[in-house]
Design a binder for this molecule. Sequence first.
Ligand SMILES: Nc1nc2c(ncn2[C@@H]2O[C@@H]3COP(=O)(O)O[C@H]4[C@@H](O)[C@H](n5cnc6c(=O)[nH]c(N)nc65)O[C@@H]4COP(=O)(O)O[C@H]3[C@H]2O)c(=O)[nH]1
Length: 707
Amino acid sequence: MAAVIGYNALYHFRYPLVSRIPAADRLQVLLDMLFVTIIVHFSGGSASWFWPVYLLVTVEAAFVLPREREVWAMGALGGMVYGSLLSAEYAGVFANVAMPFADGTTRDILFLVLIWLWVALLNTVVAVILTFLMSVIRRETRLLRESEERLEEFIDSASDLIYSAYPDGELFYANRSVQGLVGYSLEELAGQQLFELIPARNRTRFMEEFRRIAAGGESDLFETMFVTRDGREVSLEGHLTLSRKAGEPVAVWGSFRDVTERILAQKQLYHLAHYDILTNLPNRALLLDRMQHAKSRAKREKCRAALLFLDLDRFKVINDTLGHPVGDQLLVSVANRLRACCRESDTVARVGGDEFIIVLEGLKERGDAEKFAAKVMHRLIEPHKIEDHELFVTGSVGIALYPDDDTDLDNLLKKADIAMYAAKGVGNNMFRCYDSYMDENAHRRFVMENGMRRALENGDFLLYYQPKVNLVTGEITAMEALVRWDHAELGIIAPSDFIPLAEETGLIIPLGEWVLRQACAQNKWWQDQGHFRLRVAVNLSGYQLQQAEFLEVVRRALADTGLDPQYLELEITETVVMQNPDFTVRLLDQLCEMGIHISIDDFGTGYSSLSHLKRFSVNTLKMDKSFVKGVAENGPDAAIATAIISMGRSLNLSVIAEGVETEGQLEFLKKTECDEVQGFLFSKPIPPEEVLRFMKGRGAHDKGRAE
Ligand SMILES: Nc1nc2c(ncn2[C@@H]2O[C@@H]3COP(=O)(O)O[C@H]4[C@@H](O)[C@H](n5cnc6c(=O)[nH]c(N)nc65)O[C@@H]4COP(=O)(O)O[C@H]3[C@H]2O)c(=O)[nH]1
């Protein structure tokens, strides 16, 4: 009895321990059967009212033992044990125990057999029914458990990120994908606040969505983020859904997907579609968007927005002479400088090879845009160090203002473009604000662009000549050839109106070659006719210099016309020379070796340094007329002119002043010992037939002035 009670107590309180004993369940049923038999015996034996407890043991066996056979065996065993008890009592092995209200001493064999049969049969029936019922229950339970396990395994091993939190945000479940992604185990996550996994900047929005769902709101697809254990941020997309029990919210389930790669790819796609790959500046598509924004702001705040159209001067020369990789690096360097000039709210976009557009927002007046343009140009002319080259680049800028010049953005762009061409027409490194008179120029430009090629074929280009005079001897030293276009509609067109256009369209190459050959031929003719033996000076564009066969073109022009190289002078502007000094040094050396005279034109407007000048094989510095203009007033121009003349002398170069129009200027130049002069004071550029008249008629008057 004590053993039975002890075992059951142990079984109850120390189940894990007991469950490790082999066949513990069967032992328990057997012990209970023994216990029941003892109770039945001591409560009256065959007449005991307690015999139904055998049925309870059978029920217990049905619950505890998983195999049907064992339950039946236990049922049968119960019947056998009861039969043994009755037989033992009948045989007098155990003394009969009397029942309180019944005669417990019955020894009638028939009664004993009947009561045994009754108990054994009932026990067997109960065993059979219960095993059947239990097998049904067990199968249902197993199926349910298996389905739960499958579901659990499915959720746990799902590639989606599934987690669950109480409505107050406390996490209690996270599947393996979540654990793997964030780097925390389930034990670490359970009990944590879900919101702590969300980056601070996204947290408020996530909490709002979570609370909306926890309050029974409709679930929507939305994006959020998780911060992982190592501080990485991952983008997620998915739903939150509420689960309820008896109508009460019990948990909020999150089912999300890691979309970091997709978001990254989307960002990259957006970047590709909206930014220039080389410079990382916004492209035309994004520019239009920013322009729209600037327009809206200008409307709202009653201020102005400006479009600055910037085109690099002679960029093609650099690109073609030094190669595209260097050209690309130069563009990147320019882009960085432009960006550095701008405020956060401004936009710099690259819209073509060497074309940039800057959008300035929140301007008060036109002057602000002009100041900005001046600043940009100033920043741009500082040398760019690219690989081993020191490159100089300038830009022409056109400005159009919203709403002053136009309220339509497309028109505004066109007007900034027109203003840029107007700036280019004035010369390099200039800016111009749009003005309606420029429209006429734009039309003129259009007509010219179309007619230029035909003009070359039709022989509509002419050369005028302007003499250069030696200030000491008064002799004419050279005739400068200056091209003109005799246009049927527009009349005689000056080179400043079509040379930039010819450079842009590439026509400068055949046109430049024509000028060179024509000038050489004309000079040779003058010589052959015995008129005079002078140099003929030809202006060169930077685009001609970068031609691979440029030297060959010069050689051929000399050979074909038969002109001696010493009678040819080439004028190259200082800006072109300085744009790529290393390249020019080599080229000038070769031209010099051929015996050709070299002049640096427009000297003083570029950015020559003494160190560079020393390297160049040149004969003459041609002082720009802008300095000559003011020399007589003894102001800064006089100081610059004096400095150029003494610089020329110290470098052993002759100096010529161009644009001499007055006696006062001439006096000054004589005083400062300038070597040569050229200008309207002596002669305007004139056609070849007039040159002969000029030379013949040039009497003591002019000569005397020079001397
Ligand atoms: N105000 C004033 N101007 C004077 C005076 N003396 C001469 N000029 C002008 O100054 C310009 C001098 O030529 P540049 O500096 O080489 O400047 C030239 C040169 O850079 C370019 N150019 C002319 N012909 C050619 C050519 O055949 N090829 C190339 N590449 N460029 C050329 O066009 C520019 C303008 O040429 P043009 O209109 O002929 O203008 C000429 C000439 O007419 C003066 O006393 N006062």
